[in-house]
Ligand binder design. Structure first.
Ligand SMILES: Cc1ncc(COP(=O)(O)O)c(C=O)c1O
Length: 389
């Protein structure tokens, strides 16, 4: 039975080869340190866990929710946008709950991309924009030109139906200022493109300067939709909860698609989500999240310091938990050499052709593991061959 061509034509799964090598090493008894996936090792804050346990025991918590989300969750999102960004939203028309932002980013294209329409995607970038969104909607991904800071060159190409952008960025850890974001919106409006702004890492910054929202710009909300996730913010990746906010017309298209496909996030997870967002009382993060970011910053400093000491061109990022490291030669070859030393990282090419000379590290392991990884890399001549840029 032939698989549908839109699925067959998806690019090959780059991780398969690496996973096989990693599995082989584990079988040989090597203690693998995984700095590959951006999946936090730190538990969600206790106020999230308590809210979840309480909600599980409530009447009717076992029943279906709705694909747009419970009203209390959409109200919690509206309140969060107000305290965090000073943006007022209508919980009924301008917000939709998501089973994680990945689902929403992909389903959004189903709602707005017709076969053959062009979708602007960053390269390097989160692969869901070009694959789960554009290709699986029979759209055509068009790689955006990026500058040396991994910001898109403006103006955007003409004729793009949708443009996906993401700051703070996975994989590059690039940040965009409100001025940058104003420029993105200007350009999208001028071209008549929809701007899908993926703000999944808006709370993952070191220090005191919170990243902006696309809905904070001086422009009208028309054609703008922003995606958020509780995954990274509250270490809730496995809970599967996020949300989209923005132009009521775009939100209603997304809701229409979702209503045909899913039946919503479990009610008890939404209760935990509302409790999590309600912890914000201003634009600064609650204490638990600040402590979390400080721990990530300490780990990142250790990784960057160790790599610089070993001769790599590593630069401290402003946030996220990713280090985007330029290496001498091919990043995928370095990743293979690292697996021999029991360390897993992600080859930059997994995020697009322009990532081929990079390796992405996620500091989602405790400090002692990060230190051990640095030690092993420095001691491996096969890895050290890639030092320098
Ligand atoms: C840029 C970006 N957007 C969205 C997501 C999806 O997150 P989730 O579906 O857990 O909300 C990720 C996950 O790694 C990501 O890196």
């Amino acid at each position: 039975m032939r698989i549908a061509s839109r699925v067959e034509n998806l690019p090959p799964y780059i991780f398969a080869d690496l996973e096989r090598m990693e599995e082989q090493k584990r079988r040989e008894g090597v203690d693998i340190i995984s700095l590959g996936i951006g999946d936090p090792d730190i538990r969600p804050p206790s106020f999230v866990i308590y809210a979840l346990i309480k909600a599980l025991d409530e009447e009717r918590s076992h029943q279906y929710s709705s694909s747009q989300g419970e009203r209390h969750f959409r109200e919690a999102v509206a309140k969060w946008y107000d305290v965090r960004f000073g943006v007022k939203l209508d919980p009924d028309r301008e917000i939709c709950a998501l089973i994680g932002s990945k689902e929403g980013l992909a389903n959004f294209a189903r709602a707005f991309v017709d076969p053959g329409e062009k979708v602007g995607v960053p390269d390097p970038g989160y692969p869901v924009y070009s694959q789960g969104a554009a290709l699986l909607s029979d759209g055509t991904p068009v790689r955006l030109e990026m500058d040396e800071n991994f910001l898109p060159k403006l103006p955007f190409h003409s004729g793009l139906k949708v443009v996906y952008l993401n700051y703070p960025n996975n994989p590059t850890a690039a940040f965009a200022s409100l001025e940058d974001v104003n420029g993105f919106v200007d350009s999208a409006h001028a071209e008549g493109s929809i701007l899908c702004y993926d703000n999944a890492y808006s709370e993952q910054y070191f220090g005191v300067n919170p990243p902006p929202s696309v809905l904070q710009t001086k422009h009208s909300r028309e054609g703008l939709i922003e995606f958020h996730s509780l995954s990274k913010t509250f270490n809730m990746t496995g809970f599967r909860i996020g949300f989209a906010a923005g132009d009521a017309h775009l939100i209603s298209g997304l809701k229409k698609v979702k209503s045909q496909i899913d039946s919503g996030i479990p009610k008890f997870i939404q209760a935990a989500g509302s409790a999590a967002l309600a912890k914000y009382t201003g634009r600064e993060r609650p204490q638990e999240l600040i402590r979390n970011a400080e721990e990530l910053e300490r780990r990142m400093k250790r990784l960057v310091g160790g790599l610089v000491g070993a001769g790599f061109d590593a630069r401290m990022p402003r946030g996220t938990f990713y280090l985007w490291l330029r290496v001498r030669g091919n990043g995928a070859d370095m990743v293979r050499a690292m697996i021999d030393s029991g360390i897993v990282a992600t080859p930059g090419i997994a995020f697009g052709l322009r990532g081929s000379n990079y390796v992405r590290f996620a500091v989602t392991q405790p400090m002692e593991k990060v230190e051990e990884a640095v030690k092993r890399m420095s001691a491996s001549p096969a890895v050290m061959k890639f030092a320098g840029s």
